[in-house]
Structure formats: C-alpha cells, structure tokens
Design a protein around this ligand. Structure first.
Ligand code: T46
Length: 139
C-alpha cells in the first residue's frame, strides 16, 4: 500500500536478551524529531481517526499488541503490531485508526516533525478528497 509499509527491525542478542537500535535514515526512512508513546488505553477504546499532510512516522508496539487500520482513498489495510521488532511506517496522507489495544500495551511512535495541529486532517471526507488528489498526482 502506498505510503505504508511494515518494517522488520533486526534484533541483536540471544539468550542474554534483545536490543534493537533505530537509526535515522538507516533502518527507518526519515530522521526522528519527536518521540511519544501511548499506554493505559482502556479496553475497547479506539484512537487516531486522522491523517497527516506531511508527517512520517514509525509505530512500534513495544509491549502487548494493537491493531492499526490504514486508509488512503482507494486502499485499506489492517496490521497487527504485536512484537517490538515489528514496525509500521506510515507516511503522509494516510488515515489511521488504532484499536484492540491489549491490556498494558505500550505504543511507541517516532515522528519526522515536531507536533503541530496544522498538519492534522481530522475529517474523514476531507482526508479522502485530499488523498485522492495527492495519490493521483503521483501516478
Ligand atoms: C498518530 C497516532 C499514532 C501533543 O500535544 N503532542 C504530540 O506530540 C501528540 C502526538 C499529541 N499531542 C496532543 C494532541 C491532543 O490534544 O495530545 C492529544 C492527543 O493526541 P491525538 O488525539 O492526536 O492522539 P492519537 O492517539 O489519536 O494519535 C496519535 C498522534 O497524534 C498521531 O499523529 O499518528 O498517535
């Protein structure tokens, strides 16, 4: 799917435990300007419901699991993030919804830009219109 791809993060270590380094423009396709994490999400709660005009992000569920639904305008996919070595890259103009947070899950997100509400599209119809223009221009 355009602007979305799973990224497998190589773990280092064995019996002594694991370590995963994340390096700008090396195993992820952007430079990190911001990191945040989401946890303590009550059972049944859903988050997201927006897209971003420019922002690129990498999502990793470092504890527990979460489902992420992603939508451009013509394509829709669902990913299960259930391991610290499974990353999900989400680029611009992709609607995302996060659901089925397991108890005690922690979703870690690395972002290419500082936070600004101006980059958000929080209306689904507006997203679909803008995403159609964005992806059709690319073809
Ligand atoms: C995304 C998914 C995966 C800040 O003040 N700074 C920040 O860096 C962020 C991310 C949020 N906020 C504020 C904005 C809202 O008042 O925190 C509040 C909750 O944010 P939001 O409702 O956007 O959270 P989610 O979980 O729906 O979405 C977040 C990110 O905003 C979004 O970019 O892709 O996680």
């Amino acid at each position: 799917m355009r602007n979305v791809r799973p990224i497998f993060l190589n773990r280092i270590g064995d019996k002594e435990g694991y370590l995963i380094p994340i390096e700008n423009n090396k195993n992820i396709p952007f430079a990190i300007k911001r990191v945040y994490y989401i946890w303590n999400v009550p059972k049944g709660e859903e988050r997201g419901f927006h897209s971003h005009k420019k922002l690129e992000q990498l999502l990793i569920c470092i504890h527990g699991s979460v489902k992420v639904k992603v939508v451009t305008f013509s394509e829709e996919e669902e990913y299960l993030l259930d391991s610290p070595d499974k990353g999900l890259y989400i680029g611009p103009m992709v609607w995302r919804e996060m659901m089925d947070f397991s108890e005690e899950s922690v979703l870690l997100v690395m972002a290419s830009e500082l936070y600004t509400e101006e980059d958000y599209i929080r209306n689904k119809q507006q997203h679909l219109n803008l995403a159609k223009k964005y992806f059709c221009k690319e073809e």
